[in-house]
Structures are given as C-alpha cells and as structure tokens.
Design a protein around this ligand. Sequence first.
Ligand code: NOJ
Length: 745
Amino acid sequence: MKIKYLLATVLLIGSLIGNSQDKRSAFVDNLISQMTLEEKVGQMNLYNGFFDATGPVPDNQDTKNKYNQIKNGEVGAMLNVKTVKEIKALQQLAVENSRLGIPMLFGFDVIHGHKISGPIPLAESASWDLEAIEKAAAYAAMEAAAVGINWTFAPMVDIGRDARWGRNMEGAGEDTYLGTKIAAARVKGFQGDDLSDPNTIAACAKHFAAYGFAEAGREYNTTDMGLSTLYNVILPPFQAAVDAGVATFMNGFNEINGIPVTGDPWLQRDILKGQWGFDGFVVSDWGSIGEMVAHSYAKDNKTAAKIGANAGSDMDMEAYVYINHLKELVEEGEVKESVLDDAVSRILKVKYDLGLFDDPYLYCDEEKEKSMAVSQEVKDGALDMAKKSIVLLKNDGVLPLSKTSKNVAVIGQIAASKTSVLGSWRLGADDNSAVSVLEGLKPYLGDNMKYERGVEVWSGTEAFAQELKINEDNTDGIDEAVKLAKSSDVVIVVAGEHGYQSGEGRSRADIRLPGLQRKMLKKICAVNSNVVLVLTNGRPLDLSWEDANIPAILETWQLGAMSGHAIAEVLFGEHNPSGKLPMTFPREVGQVPLYYNQKSTGRGGAKDMVFWSHYSDVPNTGLYPFGHGLSYTKYDYSGLSITQQGNTFTVSVNVTNSGKRDGHEVVQLYIRDKYASVTRPIKELKGFEKVFIKAGETQTVQFTLDDTTLGFYNNQGTYIVEDGDFEVMVGGDSVNTQNGAFTRG
Ligand code: NOJ
C-alpha cells in the first residue's frame, strides 16, 4: 500500500472522534484531495480482463496499453478475471505501481453459484424459500471470494413478463412482491453483514431500470411504459435492494420512453441517489454509455461520456468513453469536477467497505481457492437448492416412480449432458461439471434403465458468447428412441432448452420445445402411455401439447452442478416437490406478455357476442398459472377468516395435508383493491409462507395486511393508501383460492 495516502489518512483518522461512516468519509475525502483528474477518471474506468468476455470486445485491443493504464492508476476495476493468480498479479500492478496505489475491484457475473454452478435464479425463485435463496447467494459469494473476486453483477432484479425474453432465467420472475423479497435475500446473501469479511462480496442490483420489458421480448430492445407500471411493478425490487444495503447498481442497455437509462438523470440522480438515498455507485452495462450513440441519443462518444457522467453513471464498463473523453470534458467545463468527485467517492467507499485499503489481497488466498473448489458444503447447498427449485407441473399418478421399477427407458440428449444443465451464467464453472440426469438415475435403476439419445437437439460449440446450433431437420435417433419406449414399462424423456438457449442475447420467438423434440415425443407417446417428461428450460414454455398428452411433467429448469441427483430424488419420491411457478406458462406464444396480475379491462367476462376482451382461438388464461406447483401429497384450504384492528387486517386460513406424505406448501395471499384513484390489478400477491405440514395434519397460517401492503404508487411516484373495499384470496396458486373481503376506513 502506498505510504503517502496511508499516513495522511492514519493521521487524519487518529484525530477524528467519529463513527465508522465518518472515518470512511474522512479517508475517502482525503484520498480524493490527492488525486489528479486522470486518476479520478481512472477510478471510473472498468475494463474487461484479458481472456474471457461477456460482451462485444472492441477491435484493436491494446493489451500493453491496458497494463500501462493499470500501472498509472487509470483503471478502477476489472471484470472477468477469475483466478487468485491472475487477480493478485493485476492487483499488484495497480497497488505497487500507481502513484496512490489504489486497489482495483474485481467484478464477475456470479449469478448462480460460481465454481459449483447452482440452479438458475428463476429456478431458485420457484422455491419461494427466502432462507435457501439467501444461503445460495452466500455460498456463491464464498466461492467467488475464494478465487479473488470481490464484486458480483447480481442480483438481476428486473421483472419479466414476456416468456420470449431470454434473461428471465436470471431474475425472480413476473411478480413484484416476490421479486422484492428475493432481491433483498440475494443482496443479503452476497454481502452478509460485513463486506470486509473475505467470504462476502459486493452485490449489484441490475438493470436499472425496466430492461425486462424490452418490446416483444427481444433482447436489448426499446422499453416503453407508463409511470404506473414503472412505479408499481419495476422499481420496488430495486428499492428493496437499496434498503437491503446493496453496494452497487448497474444500469441497462434499454431506453425508456425515449431516454437511454444509462443517460437518465431522473432515474439515477433523482430517484436512486436522491429519493432512495443510495450511497453506492452505479456501473454502466457493458458498453452502454457508448451505445447511446447507436441509440441516436448522443452524437458521438464524447457526448455520450458527458451525458453518462452527468446522468449519474459512475463507472464505465468497457465503452472506453470516460477514459478517452472525461478529462477533456471537465477541462472544457462540460462536466463539473464535482461530478467526478461524487462518482469517485462512491467507488472508493465500496473499496473501503470491502477492506481493500487494509489489504488489497484480502480475497487472494490460494489455499482457500483450492479447498473451495471441492467444498462438500457448497455442493450440499447446491443440491438442497436444486431440490427445492423443482416444480411438479402435472401428475396423473405416474410419479413418484417406484425404486423397484424395471424396464425404464431414459431418452433425450439433455439426459446425458453434463454441461447444458449448468445454465447460462456459469462462467466460473467447468464444462461437464454437472451430475447429468442419467448419472443421477443410475444409483436407483442400475441395469433396469436403458438410454437412447433420441433426436439430436443441438450440435457444435456450446459457448456463452455463441449462438447454439439447433437441429431442425435431421430425424436420426427418433426410431431408436421409439423402439426403446415401446419395449419399456416407463419412459423418462428429458427434453427442453439447452442452458445456452436462455440468458443474455437469447430471446426466442417460438417458445415450444426447441428443434424436433415435440415430434419425437409425439411418436413416443403413441407407443407408451407411461411417459414422464423431465423439462429443462430457462423460461416459460408453450407446453399445450405436452400437457394434453403426457401424464407427468416435471419442471427442473437448469439446476446446475447437482442436477441429476436432485431430479432423481424427486422422481423417486425421496424429496416431495414443493416448487411453485414464479412465471405464468402461456398456452401460446401469441398470449405473451402474460402475467397473473393483469388489469381488468372495460370488457372483461365472457359475453355471447364478440365484444369482450378475448382471443377467438385460445382462452385468456395461461396453461399453468403463476404460483402453480403440485406435490406428492394434497393440501386442502378451508376456514378463511379476517379480523380487523384499525387499518390492520389479519387473514387466517387452515391448510390440511390430506394426502399420505409430509410436505411443504407455499401458502399464497393475494388482494384486490376494488376501486382506486389509479386502477389496480385483478389480484396482487401480498404475502406468502412456506410451511411444513405432516400427512393428516392441519396448520393455521396467518398473514397481516396493513398500510405497507395495501397501498400503491400514484402517477407522481408517491405511495398512497386509500380507503375502500378489498378482496382477499388465499391458496396454493394464483387461481384456486379461498376468498374473503374487507373494507378499509
Ligand atoms: C452484460 C449484461 O447485461 C450484464 O448483466 C452483465 O453483468 C455484464 N454484461 C457483464 O458481463
């Protein structure tokens, strides 16, 4: 560490009798007072590493220049460097060579586990288990911190309602209430109670804001939305992240209502840093400051840098526009130096909180890196999360399978894949590091199981940055699969999307099973009626045909390293499934965006004539509603009651496990505000509880509704609570509910 700022700081801090926040501010202010303009701009500059990339790498990469800039203190942070050796070497360059020796941040997309890939976030969200979700993030942080990483670009807290959008896999789904709870849990998991603990890392709430509402579900597309949706649907999970103490924010690639969010001072300065009091820093998304030129918002890179900095984008990820233009812009008076001071102060505070000024190599422990790579504790955690994420969509009595089953056919390319089920954001994990479904089934079935790959789903390179090649015409393998199915007692077909068919840059216009999988399924179902469909996918799919023709369907998303074990435990009934859908599954792609908490139209309700809001070819409803998920037991709801004390309402319901197995049920509470000064949805989730109920037992579950849950944001962004009539709905999904009502005021 550089003696210069250390000494000055120590002297200053020694003379201060203040709390830790004051000490941090004093330290940071003192450091800033010693910085040149170039060094300030440097702190606002985030570069990709030298090997892996998660975005378009600019032409003419000048590696030597990058090294020199690090040495000169012109790089504040790096991303996509992932071993202690490399991180230590780069940190050393910065700390030992630059004038002030300010350590760098090392960011990475630690999205679902790290070395040991966990279930994709959408899957985790299906657990509705906040404790497990927090723990999963804590394990991911531990693993990432062990390889030198101190900053994750997670959680993504974008609400997604359009199944075509590939990045649904990275979020908590369609619901704002569930999304706020999960946002807070993930932030707490990554950051723990103390950022300077070398097992925790800084989190990043992204993509501020409304990236999930890209038109037509097409990645990077324009967003256009009214204020009511922005305030009530999009912003609350971001605010929950701030309230949970998130250290950083990332903006996005999209524009909203004509303004690229990266250049939007209203969102970043007024709302985020103003109203919400966020004191961390905002990083741009990859190149998004420069992309304001392509958006036709900035006339050139220099203007983009000016707009970005003035709008409150504190750090430039890979657009190179701050490093190239910001100094000049300050000298010309286009950007005030105080704007830089504010941004740098925010960045340095995060470094301070991470403990990097005390020890820049805090996260660089080779021994820990080695031991973490084989951590049984993390694997057990990933298995637990995986089991909890599975959703039983349909079961006509075929599941669970008996452990003494004979003649079981397992079919599908995905069944044997040890890579696909790792999911999309698994950059820290090795290829082929998952337990495949086939491997998971082997201990249960041994020689009673036969495997056929069936039709090829994909071929060629499986890589994060490249389009996957899907087979649309070669039917080889179908005949063999059908032959095996014919001679088997039970057929397990593992089908769905490859892990690289969802995620960034992976929107799909057709959300049926990719390639020729449905064609193969049809032939298999024609020769055997005992078919179990095990699905892997990163978004809701159109499963209309499958639902109508297959007796049992298990939604397993992409469950990461422990996939095969988790799936086998559920198939054989060792784990009773309890997952519930965090997104509606549509019947047809033409219904999307489809979500349970719609507004009522002026023309709802079926009528004789055509003059009501409907399709003439499919029902309005989804195939599987939000909150849906079956179990190997059965839960009956009864006795809904509501009591009132002032404006606080207590809702109770009895839930009876009337089946033969113990299990967990996610009890969901929805409300409808019947009349309001801004129209409210037909139902909104406002509470849930995951309860364990033994077979034959009943539990009474209670919820409290008060002003924190009964209000909404008006179009001025003010949270208000209005008197009036409310409906209450409680059940095991968003459709089958016990209903009650009360009046507030
Ligand atoms: C672009 C993605 O949108 C963002 O979420 C991610 O964190 C960055 N690339 C860095 O990989």
